[in-house]
Each structure stands twice: as structure tokens, then as C-alpha cells.
Design a protein around this ligand. Structure first.
Ligand SMILES: *Cc1c(COP(=O)(O)O)cnc(C)c1O
Length: 378
């Protein structure tokens, strides 16, 4: 018994956090305990081997399950691993899937290369095409994958409509809910079967961990867990603890970051150099109505464009930011900005340069001043 356990035993007071146990194997008192543990192919009987779970990983899974209103959750080593392993667990050669066209680029790449080489075909749809997704279904369609609001452009899919079509045709619906976090939207409550989060973003929230979490309904939990155990996809205690801590401040972080984002959006909306502002809470966003149907709040991530300028001017603009960091990540406590190109779809407007912004927890007035300063270089 550890000292902590002893204190808890004596006083009945428990420390509020599960311990980050650094271990690979559990140690058995005798042969009988060893046999009992090894007969348990799942992770009920840990600590057998930490690939099957650690106390803090389990605590994170329970909390995300509660927040999402699911049956169970599983932590994995990245958001991308959460997505690819879900697809691998449920797809077979010959299957066809529907995917939103503005999906996170590495997911599109995985589908178009790895999955297509193994006999899985995909049709990519816009949010408005999803409103008639029955037209795109084939006999072989077994899964619909939706990221909403989607990366960079925040296309919002009417999830209840899609779920309705899917249920009629016995199709699994998977949704990447990373942008929303479990606080803005709970897809399972709208009939989605499997919900995915990259915990590297808002959930851990401090840009200090790469991790993913998958939450499912009862029907899909056991098959998914079996696959992850078989494939050896798991998450270590350190990363889990970062999510555990992040979840405790998620609500206040989101509120503050959303507030700063809305102030900057206001500044940009009236700025002469700014072309478009892309944020689903704006009435000018094409999916604003769908957004209002499902979401009451928003977060600190949005995109905007400025009229094309020379490379030199663009570099001066970006160098003009003293607080916003030039970085790909988002959802952390540090404000970030990154240019992106609208590739094969959507508003591919060659006259505009696009940027994605994620507001952090720095003082709002300083963030606004930082933006004003950078914009003065355009
Ligand atoms: C970042 C991101 C992922 C991938 O997550 P990682 O933890 O970086 O692997 C997946 N989906 C969305 C929407 C993301 O933004």
C-alpha cells in the first residue's frame, strides 16, 4: 500500500486525482492471481499491462463518456489514430463510405490512398449535398463519416437528417467532434454512433499532449475495444493526465477564448483589408442556420481572408503579430495563426489569402491590439 493509499484508508479522505502510474506490467502476488489476470482479455483486471489501461486513462474515458452522453470511451495515441482505427475497425474491402468534402486533410489522404488501395471507395459531399445524401448511397455504403464544423471552413452538416437516412439503411455514423468539444454539441444525443475527438486541441488545451478519444454507443463499444486491444492502440498515463487536467478547465477556457474570438471577428468584419470571415456563428456563413439548430455557443477558432498581397507583404503581416504565434495547432492557451489554402473545393478564390486563427487565454485587449498592429502592415 502506498503512503497516499494509507492516508486515504485512515482518514476516508481521498486525493482528488488518480495517480499517473508509470508502469508497463503489474506484479502478481502468486500464480493464481497471474492466471486470473491473464484470462481477462479485456482490461477489467488491470494493472496487468498498461496497454490495457491505466487509472488516469480510465478516469479520462469515464469523464468524456459522461460529457458526451455515450456508453464508453477509449483513449488512443492521437486524434488521427482515433479516426483511422475507427475506420479500420468497421470497414471491409468492397465497402463504400460518404465523407464531408472539407474533412481534415490527413483523413482525406488516408481514405484516398490507404483505404482506396484496400478496396474501400468514398464519395465526398458538401454540407448541402448531405441534405440529399440518400442520392449518394450505394448498396455497399456501410459508413458515413462527418467532421462538423469542418476544418478551416467550418461546414456544418445537418446531423439528424444524415442519421435518419443512415438508420433506414443500417449505416454506421461516425462524427469528428473536435471543433465543438463535448461542451458545445453531443452527437450521440442526435443519433450518431461513434464520436471522435482529437484531445490534442481543446480537451488537453495546453498544447502539451497528442492524444485522441473515441466515444461510442453500447452497440459499437465492445467491437471497437477489441480492435484497439488487438492492434495495440492505447494512450500512456502522462498524456492522459494532461487531458484529465484540461477537462477541468475546459468550460472556462472555451468561454474566454470564444469571447476574444468574437471581439476579433468584429474588428475583422469591418476592416477594409479583410475579404471574408469564416465562422459558423456569423449570419454570413453558408451553414449558419444548421449551426443555430445544434449549437448554442462557439469557440475561439475561425478563419478569414485578405486580398492577395506580395509574399513580402504577407510575411510582414505575419511578422507583425507579437502575441499570436505562427503554428498549426489550435485549441491551446496560446493564440495561434496559420495560413491555409483552399484546395480542391469550396470558395477557392485565387484573389484571397486565407488564415485560420485560434484565440488563447491572453488578455483580450492585447490580442485585439496585436491584430490591429499586424493588419497595419498590409
Ligand atoms: C487536429 C485534428 C485531428 C488530428 O488530431 P491529432 O491529435 O493531431 O492526431 C483530427 N480532426 C480534427 C478536426 C483536427 O483538428
Amino acid at each position: 500500500m502506498s503512503m497516499v493509499d494509507e492516508v486515504s484508508e485512515k482518514t476516508g479522505r481521498y486525493f482528488p486525482h488518480p495517480a499517473v502510474q508509470r508502469f508497463t506490467s503489474g506484479v502478481y502476488p502468486d500464480h493464481h492471481a497471474l492466471v486470473t489476470a491473464s484470462q481477462d482479455t479485456l482490461k477489467e483486471n488491470y494493472p496487468r499491462y498498461s496497454r490495457f489501461g491505466t487509472p488516469v486513462t480510465d478516469a479520462v474515458e469515464q469523464e468524456v463518456t459522461r460529457l458526451e452522453g455515450g456508453y464508453g470511451s477509449l483513449c488512443v495515441c492521437s486524434g488521427l489514430a482515433a479516426i483511422t482505427s475507427t475506420l479500420l475497425a468497421f470497414l471491409r474491402p468492397g465497402d463504400h463510405i460518404l465523407v464531408n468534402r472539407s474533412v481534415y486533410e490527413p483523413v482525406r489522404h488516408f481514405i484516398n490512398t490507404y483505404l482506396s488501395q484496400r478496396g474501400v471507395s468514398a464519395t465526398f459531399l458538401s454540407s448541402s449535398e448531405f441534405m440529399e445524401c440518400d442520392k449518394f448511397l450505394k448498396k455497399s455504403t456501410t459508413l458515413i463519416y462527418i467532421e462538423s464544423p469542418s476544418s478551416n471552413v467550418f461546414e456544418v452538416t445537418d446531423i439528424e437528417f444524415v442519421v435518419n437516412q443512415a438508420q433506414k439503411n443500417n449505416i454506421l455514423v461516425v462524427m469528428d467532434n473536435t471543433w465543438s468539444t463535448p461542451l458545445l454539441m453531443n452527437p450521440i444525443k442526435h443519433g450518431v454512433d461513434v464520436v471522435i475527438h482529437s484531445a490534442s486541441k481543446y480537451l488537453s488545451g495546453h498544447s502539451d499532449a497528442v492524444a485522441g478519444i473515441i466515444t461510442t454507443t453500447e452497440k459499437y463499444f465492445s467491437p471497437l475495444r477489441k480492435y484497439l486491444m488487438m492492434a495495440g492502440i492505447c494512450l500512456g498515463g502522462e498524456e492522459s493526465f494532461s487531458i484529465y487536467k484540461g477537462l477541468k478547465t475546459l468550460g472556462v477556457r472555451l468561454d474566454t477564448q470564444a469571447n476574444s474570438a468574437s471581439k476579433i471577428i468584429e474588428l475583422l468584419s469591418y476592416h477594409p483589408h479583410v475579404g471574408t470571415v469564416l465562422a459558423p456563428q456569423l449570419i454570413t456563413h453558408p451553414d449558419h442556420c444548421t449551426y443555430n439548430k445544434y449549437y448554442k455557443k462557439y469557440n475561439g477558432v475561425f478563419s478569414f481572408s485578405v486580398a492577395c498581397v506580395s509574399d513580402k507583404k504577407r510575411d510582414e503581416f505575419l511578422a507583425g503579430f507579437k502575441i499570436f504565434k505562427l503554428a498549426y495547432g489550435w485549441g491551446g492557451v496560446d493564440s495561434c495563426i496559420i495560413p491555409f489554402t483552399l484546395t480542391h473545393f469550396l470558395i477557392s478564390d485565387p484573389t484571397q489569402l486565407f488564415f485560420r486563427v485560434s484565440t488563447g487565454l491572453e488578455e483580450c485587449d492585447l490580442l485585439i491590439a496585436d491584430f490591429k498592429n499586424a493588419l497595419s502592415f498590409l
